[in-house]
Write a protein that binds this ligand. Structure first.
Ligand SMILES: O=C(O)CCC(=O)C(=O)O
Length: 267
């Protein structure tokens, strides 16, 4: 059993301010006993194509160093939301994860780019500026294996299934759904990925900024292997906590052995 804390933070256009906010919220989560803490998608960059390249940093840039130091100082596992990464002149939406000593133990580049145009709703074309990653990501911790994916990645059940089959007991999703697809699909999708893989599924959004360039749906949440919400936020800045009970997960998997009943030869 361990405690996770999801920091539903309000980012800023000013990177220094975003770092200060992240430091304050991650520190509070650690003080309140969270051993694994997560930040949202693009926590230090406004969520719009025009900002991704100017805000992008290489892996040896200040934001990765900041996250590593924070994990070490607070003695926690930190899933560092996502930031804009610059590599070989390409820009990626990338999540870095750290152990208690601040070592980088995982790097996930968003695999599925968010290119959608919903009638009378949102249009967003991440592929205008971002390049996709090409790997799934499962990190090893002293508690369990943790899968990491980013936002739109949640819509592709194959990715979560792959991580579950690789042993992930918890999947953490830095995400920033919007006010069109959030109300329609957020709850359902997070609970479905938890239920169909019998994992804990934790999604961490930015808080909703009514003055910002993007209105995030908020609603950071933890769904259980039984498909229920253990905890869920509204749209305001807050920290969501939950106890990840691996014995409970095992017992669900024993009582309802979905993963064992798969018939891969049929499909
Ligand atoms: O899938 C959605 O509806 C939202 C996805 C998104 O906002 C993202 O990938 O950043």
């Amino acid at each position: 059993m361990f405690k996770i804390g999801l920091c539903q933070m309000m980012g800023s256009k000013d990177k220094e301010e975003s770092r200060a906010k992240a430091r304050a919220m991650v520190s509070e989560a650690a003080k309140n006993g969270a051993q694994v803490v997560a930040l949202p998608e693009m926590w230090n960059c406004p969520y719009a194509n025009e900002y991704f390249r100017p805000y992008a940093e290489p892996e040896d840039g200040p934001s990765v160093e900041f996250l590593s130091n924070l994990a070490r100082e607070l003695d926690i596992y930190l899933i560092g939301g996502s930031i804009s990464e610059l590599s070989d002149n390409k820009v990626y939406n990338t999540s870095y994860s750290f152990d208690r000593s601040g070592n980088l133990i995982g790097k996930h580049r968003k695999v599925h780019l968010f290119d959608i145009a919903v009638k009378n709703g949102i249009r967003f074309m991440e592929s205008e500026t971002l390049s996709p990653g090409d790997k799934s990501t499962v990190i090893d911790t002293e508690y369990c294996k943790i899968g990491v994916a980013i936002c739109y990645d949640v819509r592709f059940p194959e990715l979560s299934r792959k991580m579950a089959l690789e042993g992930a007991k918890l999947i953490v999703l830095p995400a920033a759904f919007n006010m069109t697809t959030g109300p329609a699909h957020w709850d359902l999708t997070m609970r479905a990925r938890a239920l169909d893989n019998q994992v804990y599924f934790a999604a961490v959004s930015p808080a909703r900024d009514m003055k910002g360039v993007y209105r995030a749906y908020g609603s950071s949440c933890i769904a259980t292997p039984w498909g229920e919400f253990l905890a869920k936020a509204d749209e305001k800045e807050t920290i969501v906590y939950g106890d990840i009970d691996l014995d409970y997960e095992d017992s669900i998997r024993q009582q309802l052995p979905l993963l064992k009943h798969r018939r891969e030869e049929v499909y």
